[in-house]
Design a protein around this ligand. Structure first.
Ligand code: DON
Length: 574
């Protein structure tokens, strides 16, 4: 399947502060998929895209130059990511879009995967009570019904260009191939055994000799799947040949997604979850993502505590933010799930009285034991691989999209003849009460498996508006660390007044109540680490947390787009 080409691939170059004032800068440029550079920060006057891959970001900016708006660019970028970033970009997964239209309308599009019609509550629990996380995490049974393609067509309602213009760059990238980076070569090499284990028809990613930096990845089957979408719209995926290929793949590997499951999948337009923080309007994803509500809870629990005076990475600020993270996560497992199937008490758990009450046992300088933090008491009358992209245009449209296959390369199963990975999102359900998922998140009834139900997510695509105009467009992958990362990025900018690059690049930390450990990134200040230990925290250093992509609107109206240095992520603008 792979075409071996001699390439002149240039190692990604980091270019800082690239102002696009060149002649003809407003015309779409032809993208060379065998030779490209990675920019980590750009400022631009007309529009910007920041995503996990330079070729995808460049595709998005070309669409803006062609007269598309931020929704067009977000769609084209996602199609391109499905080709150039198979770890998480996808056709076989799902995602969320939070958007602001130029007329001020705020929207959220939910294209989260769903449990198949034949799924049932205890499908991963054996007769002796053993929870089979292996089956919820890898292989055919791990997949929920994919939502991405339906979500992209729901997004088309806000776009200007025809879908054929938005999908063609992705078709070309799949058909003609692109040069892979060192990071991608390494990832594909480490995946070879699993690919052979979970596939009966060998996909384009399987190779006899190891992948090398600059090798061309050609994906002919994927190009054909994309062409069917171009020609037939969402039905080109959910019906006909591609649906048939998915169902056949399911049969080969003991999966349960049926033709009807596919045909009936529909993305949902939802009202975003919004709140105000010191005059800024924060616009986030509602259920079935916990992201918007967790962010709301954490921001409100610090709002009255003058965190700015404590300072970035000060012992006091880190401790306060850690305690706030623990308290929010205690509610996640208990109350959160797909609100179409379970009554989630959103208003109550985000109310001022409730959040103030939750902070009553917070003692500065002392770790609150996990056992003393419970899901809050409700006065009622009657539960790592994803990718984020941020896009903005000069008309005032702003789009934050996070999509996922769940962990890297999803279920590791590629649809035979279809050329795309299927997700392993079923693991985001609580497969058995109290059994942690791959991110250590626990849950119960609220997030139990039910046919047609969407699994709870942590994805937190977010907009921050100032005076009703876009100010920040932000998001990140990272499983349960997603809401706590966005929390830190917002606090870094809104409270500590940090530069956008520092706000993203400086080490982050994460606590999710259970397990009772504070995870910190390399470079976290040692004196703070020691100080926290003295207060009673258990700290643990871990690998990089997330890959944040952010756009900030500068006082002169220009866009500053910043891509995370934790990956190959790239910012483009013009
Ligand atoms: O929806 C969720 O919360 C997870 N499936 C996200 C997974 C993720 O971010 C993995 N990335 N590193």
């Amino acid at each position: 399947m792979q075409k071996k080409l001699l390439l002149s691939f240039i190692f990604p170059v980091l270019l800082f502060s690239c102002n696009s004032t060149r002649k003809n800068a407003n015309r779409p440029v032809s993208i060379n998929p065998y030779q490209y550079t990675i920019q980590k920060r750009v400022t631009a006057a007309n529009g910007a895209v920041v995503s996990a891959h330079a070729l995808a970001s460049k595709t998005g900016v070309n669409i803006l130059k062609k007269g598309g708006n931020a929704f067009d660019a977000a769609i084209a970028t996602q199609f391109a990511l499905a080709v150039v970033y198979p770890n998480a970009g996808n056709l076989g997964g799902g995602g969320f879009l939070v958007g602001r239209r130029s007329n001020g309308e705020l929207i959220a599009i939910d294209y989260r995967e769903k449990a198949p019609g034949n799924a049932h509550r205890d499908m991963y629990v054996e007769a002796d009570g053993t929870a089979r996380t292996d089956k919820s995490q890898d292989g055919h049974l791990a997949s929920g019904v994919p939502g991405t393609v339906s979500g992209l067509f729901e997004s088309m309602k806000y776009a200007k260009l025809p879908v054929k213009d938005l999908i063609q760059p992705a078709i070309d990238l799949a058909e003609k191939g692109f040069a892979i980076s060192e990071r991608e070569a390494k990832a594909l090499n480490s995946l070879q055994d699993e690919l052979k284990r979970y596939n009966s028809m060998m996909p384009a990613f399987v190779k006899t000799l190891p992948w090398k930096t600059g090798d061309t990845l050609v994906q002919t089957d994927l190009a054909n799947s994309l062409k069917r979408i171009r020609d037939r719209g969402a039905a080109g995926f959910y019906e006909g040949e591609t649906a048939r290929l998915i169902v056949e793949e399911m049969k080969r590997g003991g999966g349960i997604i049926s033709y009807d499951d596919l045909k009936n999948y529909k993305a949902k337009l939802r009202a975003p979850h919004t709140f105000y923080y010191k005059g800024y309007q924060v616009v986030g994803m509602p259920m079935p993502s916990s992201g918007g509500v967790l962010l709301h809870q954490m921001m409100k629990m610090i709002e009255e505590r003058n965190i700015a005076s404590m300072g970035f990475h000060s012992l006091q600020a880190v401790q306060l933010m850690t305690e706030v993270q623990k308290r929010a996560f205690a509610d996640r497992g208990e109350y959160m799930g797909d609100a179409d199937h379970y009554k989630v008490p959103v208003d109550l758990i985000t109310s001022e009285v409730y959040l103030r009450d939750k902070m009553k046992n917070y003692v500065p300088g002392k770790a609150t034991p996990g056992t003393e933090i419970k899901p809050g008491f409700l006065q009622r009358t009657e539960s790592e691989e994803t990718t984020h992209l941020s896009v903005i245009d000069k008309e005032g449209n702003a789009v934050a999209v996070t999509t996922t296959l769940n962990n890297s390369y999803g279920s590791r199963t590629v649809v035979g003849g279809g050329g795309f990975f299927l997700n392993d999102e079923m693991d985001d359900f609580s497969i058995k009460p109290g059994v942690p998922n791959m991110y250590g998140a626990i849950g119960g009834e609220a997030n139990s498996i039910k046919p047609g139900k969407r699994m709870l997510s942590s994805m937190t695509p977010t907009l921050v508006l100032k005076d009703n105009k876009p100010y920040l467009v932000v998001g990140t992958p990272g499983g349960t660390t997603i809401p706590t990362q966005i929390f830190q990025t917002l606090v870094n900018i809104l409270e500590f007044n940090m530069s956008t690059t520092d706000a993203v690049y400086k080490p982050k930390f994460h606590h999710q109540w259970v397990p009772d450990t504070l995870q910190v990134e390399k470079g976290f200040p040692q004196p703070v680490w020691k100080g926290l230990e003295k207060m009673g925290y258990i700290l643990h250093q871990r690998s990089g947390i997330g890959r944040t992509e952010i756009i900030k609107i500068l006082p002169d109206g220009k866009f500053e787009a910043v891509a995370d240095t934790r990956g190959d992520d790239a910012a483009e603008g013009y």
